[in-house]
Design a protein around this ligand. Structure first.
Ligand code: SF4
Length: 323
């Protein structure tokens, strides 16, 4: 069974998982058969210890960064991918220990032809299985056009933008709106250690490092966004999803190849492969550059949503590409 899981995870990530030797014994319980080698820590883990340490790390991340309050109504932003559905699964388990907290899921249909429908089916299936209420919205409903329509427009072609530069801000706004409608007090996103470090690099390359924190609870006139997988490598999230048979979309968005993030992702994945632990070290360095828990003060002069500029990106985009 393990070999098929290993191959499936490798295909999904495009990386090879470290090989475990036959007969290896778990370095935590000293009994179980090893299924996962955590190269950066040297731990060889059996299935049960992998799951336990994975979930413990999520709980530790929540505590260390004070991501949730005991009575939060938590909206998990789910796309139908492995990360978000695994996050929903883990938080559902953890939520049982906090009877005053409640969990719901929000999802956005960006309207990406030939891609989004399958992911939305998985979202429906997993939320039904976990008995988590689901709140849906779409670009069409909120902005009057699907992403495919925006990308096909004359204005978009003239703008020189990549599809992701439009999709990202609109999706973040759509999630905020859906979470507000659902009465959520906090939004949990499935950004992993890899995503968070990529975002720090992106910000550094754009000269925006230190302008706002990523995935930490900031107080302000909006629903805060937090990332409970901040200290969890992406490959462990995929492995967790496979071990629990969580169905997810593995097809990659047709627009993804163009993005600047994808270049950084490839570079960082290769770097981590060669120098295990580099992502944790990078996160530590970046955290020193931005004081944690910094308060987000500014809001957009047009819509009142949080923004580091006078006019937020969503207002700029809808003004130039849609209206
Ligand atoms: Fe949107 Fe880009 Fe992600 Fe596709 S890859 S869903 S276009 S942000």
């Amino acid at each position: 069974m393990f070999l098929s899981v290993k191959i499936a995870v490798e295909e999904s990530l495009g990386w090879l998982l470290p090989t475990v030797e036959r007969g290896d014994v778990c370095s935590v319980c000293r009994e179980g058969r090893v299924v996962y080698f955590r190269v950066y820590s040297g731990e060889r883990l059996c299935r049960s210890c992998f799951v336990k340490t994975f979930e413990k790390r999520v709980v530790r991340t929540i505590g260390r960064y004070k991501l949730f309050n005991p009575d939060d109504r938590i909206a998990v932003a789910v796309s139908g991918g492995k990360d978000s559905l695994s996050l929903l699964y883990v938080l559902k388990k953890i939520e049982k220990r906090f009877p005053r907290a409640s969990l719901l899921a929000v999802t956005v249909d960006e309207g990406i032809e030939g891609y989004r429908d399958e992911a939305l089916d998985y979202v429906e299936e997993v939320t039904r299985m976990l008995e988590v209420p689901l709140y849906k919205t779409s670009f069409e409903e909120l902005f009057g056009k699907s992403l495919s329509e925006i990308v096909a427009s004359k204005q978009f072609r003239a703008s020189g933008l990549a599809a992701c530069s439009v999709c990202g801000p609109l999706r973040r706004r759509a999630i905020n709106i859906a979470a507000k409608r659902a009465g959520a007090t906090v939004i949990a996103t499935a950004h992993t250690l890899d995503d968070v470090v990529q975002t720090y690099f992106l910000k550094a390359f754009r000269g925006e490092l230190g302008t706002s924190e990523i995935g930490l609870r900031l107080e302000g006139p909006f629903i805060p966004r937090v990332a409970p997988f901040r200290l969890t490598p992406e490959r462990e999230v995929v492995f967790y999803a496979y071990l629990h048979n969580i169905p997810f979309q593995s097809q990659v968005c047709p627009n993804a190849a163009d993005s600047m993030r994808n270049m950084i992702r490839r570079f960082l994945a290769e770097f981590e492969e060669r120098y295990p632990g580099a992502l944790f070290a990078a996160l530590k360095s970046f955290e020193k550059t931005t004081p944690l828990g910094k308060k987000m003060q500014r809001v957009c002069s047009n819509c009142g949503e949080p923004s580091s500029r006078m006019l937020c990106r969503v207002c700029e985009l809808t003004h130039t590409l849609i209206h």
